[in-house]
Design a protein around this ligand. Structure first.
Ligand code: M6R
Length: 625
């Protein structure tokens, strides 16, 4: 989604802003732009396409030096990805420059109002209305310190929808203001080499992590004013002062670099053993019991729960599907799993004894955030599983369990997913522990299984060369199907999603038991079918049934690619390729079986010549509906 950067400080703003935009490229975008305050006016540059296009223009026609600037990478919503629609948008009088993330839902009415007042619009965006409104309201606001912030509050109260707006005004050469509702924004507070304070605005901390790790969270419906002399002031939309929550980012710029890998995705796949280990770290007590201090729900609250909903989008939803198997098995509490965009628009039956687990790597996914609010309105307890510290979803939840994956830059989620699985296991087991459903020794045994997972993932990673070779041979495929059963079914869905988003190949994941109810008709001579085989120890001979499915698709001409645990010889006669994973407890098998599917999708996309880290049309975090 759109990336936002702002800077006030002694350095050349354009350099800082462009560097911030580079670090936000992973969010996904299709145009970019910058504005700096200089010579008593706004100087802007904007360009469709990658940031490199804008940088080329800037090399040909540089902007003046300035110490205050804003920058934006746009993911088109209203109006196509053209130079004209790129941000910043400047007011008709040329004094105000605005960048925006989100959707202003009442923009049509506001645009009509501006047009009636004689304003001519130059873009098709919803954002432009904010620039014109801010300029008009500024003129009507009494002069004095804080005038731009006051104008921003007035405008913000009139806007509906989701927005992070950052604006500068030519008459206030020392000030940046920003406003946020339902859309992310963080403030960075640092000190330049000469000791002068400097301030940053970013849609996430990656925008300024190279300069400072000291961050301030901006809450819902708040406006921040950054003034070179007066510093940082945060208020709500009514103007009441608010103390922003300060925190230190627990990773640094190095963690957000590629570290010698061709793609961030490859680096993030390789980081998975460490990420899984870090997600377990500090959560296991001396006696093998779980210690989840961050889960701010009392034991009594947890004992009162009689139903669990898991709500998420995309890959995080797949983690939720796997969570259901574990939580129901360990706790005997009924679990429903739903995509957030459906959950939020129906009437799920929830009350105080319902636990809603929302899963989001970014903590900013709009549908998941809205689902969370929908759940809270009905008094359900909400527990967030999230990777991004300080993001909106954990902040609005009753409890939070952070996955400690570190920054995930590639659009396709990998370590985010594996650590979400670990967090789901922790939640399930913790419920079982608190409710006394499992004896302490049973909990400790499962905890031991969890502790072995980082090593198991590391082992899978050592065996990936044949998978890459296979990937190269599959790069010309028109369709690839994925089958799984029991916990391997969501893994099949995840494998198909990875392939679609990275390689743009038609892929579908099916529950293997559904094969004969329709999908088998898709099998043609040579159709690659990836079968994720559940553990032979899975219940009710599920394993045997999947082996039969492999035979069935092969009999119809499929090229069978089988992911099976070591020692599972039953699959061998029917597999054209076998990918081996270490033997892992039934419920935890997805932690190892997903990894080859990540590698496969990455290799196929790379072979086809695609940008693995920033697939077309996609954004890292979907902050609009
Ligand atoms: O940040 P979130 O976990 O809330 O994101 C949810 C999905 O948008 C995300 O998992 C998406 O499906 C990824 N592109 C998957 O690789």
């Amino acid at each position: 989604m759109c990336g936002i950067v702002g800077y006030v400080g002694p350095q050349n703003a354009l350099d800082v802003v462009l560097e911030g935009l580079r670090r936000l490229e992973y969010r996904g975008y299709d145009s970019a732009g910058v504005a700096v305050l200089a010579g008593g006016g706004q100087a802007t540059a904007k360009k469709a396409g990658k940031l490199a296009n804008l940088e080329k223009d800037l090399a040909d026609s540089p902007l003046p030096e300035s110490t205050i600037g804003i920058g934006h990478t746009r993911w088109a919503t209203h109006g196509g990805p053209t130079d004209r629609n790129a941000h910043p948008h400047v007011s008709a009088d040329g004094r105000v420059a605005v960048i925006h993330n989100g959707i202003i839902e009442n923009f049509a009415a506001l645009r009509a109002e501006c047009e009636a007042a004689g304003v001519e619009f130059t873009s098709e965006t919803d954002t432009e209305v904010a620039a014109h409104l801010l300029a008009r309201v500024y003129d009507e606001t009494p002069p004095g310190p804080g005038r731009l912030a006051e104008a921003m509050r007035t405008v913000s109260r009139r806007l509906e929808g989701a927005f992070t707006l950052v604006a500068s005004h030519a008459d206030e050469p020392d000030t940046l203001v920003a406003s946020r509702r339902n859309s992310p924004l963080v403030v960075g507070v640092g000190e330049a080499a000469d000791g002068t304070p400097e301030y940053f605005l970013g849609s996430d901390v990656a925008a300024f992590i190279a300069h400072t790790r000291e961050a301030r969270e901006l809450g819902q419906d708040q406006v921040v004013e950054i003034d070179r002399h007066r510093g940082l002031t945060v208020t709500d939309f009514a103007g009441t002062a608010v103390e922003p929550h300060a925190y230190t980012v627990d990773w640094d710029a190095e963690a957000a670099e590629k570290g010698g890998y061709d793609w961030f995705m490859l680096k993030e796949i390789a980081e998975q053993p460490r990420a899984v280990a870090d997600t377990l770290l500090g959560r296991i007590g001396q006696g093998g019991e779980l210690v989840l201090d961050e889960v701010r729900l009392s034991d009594q609250d947890l004992r009162d729960i009689d139903k669990v909903f898991v709500v998420a989008c995309g890959t995080a939803y797949h983690a939720g599907l796997i969570a259901k198997y574990a939580i129901e098995h360990w706790t005997r509490i009924p679990v429903e799993v739903e995509v957030a965009s459906e959950f939020r628009y129906r009437d799920p039956v929830l009350d105080r004894s319902t636990l809603v687990v929302v899963i989001s790597q970014s903590g900013e996914t709009m549908d998941t955030l809205m689902a969370l609010r929908h759940a809270k309105e009905q008094k359900a307890r909400v527990l967030a599983i999230c990777n991004a510290n300080g993001s909106t979803i954990p902040r609005e939840s009753d409890a939070v369990l952070y996955t400690h994956a570190g920054p995930e830059v590639a659009v396709a989620s990998t370590k985010g997913f594996l650590t979400q699985l670990i967090a789901c296991y922790l939640v399930g087991l913790f419920l079982a522990q608190v409710r006394g459903i499992k004896y302490a020794d049973e909990v400790a045994t499962i905890v031991d299984d969890l502790r072995r997972l980082p090593e198991a993932v590391a082992e899978v990673l050592t065996r990936m060369e044949p998978v890459r070779e296979l990937g190269r041979s599959l790069a010309g495929a028109g369709t690839i199907l994925f089958l799984g059963r029991h916990v391997a079914f969501p893994v099949a869905l995840e494998g198909a999603l990875k392939l679609k988003e990275l390689a743009y190949i038609h892929a579908e994941g099916f529950a293997a038991g559904e094969l004969k109810h329709g999908p088998i008709a898709l099998i043609d001579q040579g159709t690659p079918v990836v079968v994720v085989v559940p553990s032979p120890r899975a219940r009710e001979s599920v394993h045997g049934k999947v082996v039969s499915n492999i035979q069935e698709v092969r009999a119809r001409g499929a090229r069978t690619i089988v992911i099976a645990e070591e020692g599972d010889e039953d699959v061998v006669p029917y597999a054209d390729h076998v990918i081996r994973v270490p033997r892992t407890p039934t419920l935890m098998a997805p932690v190892v079986t997903t990894v080859p599917l990540q590698v496969l999708a990455c290799e196929i996309a790379d072979t086809r010549g695609y940008d693995v880290d920033q697939p077309r049309n996609l954004a890292k975090s979907v902050t609009v509906e």
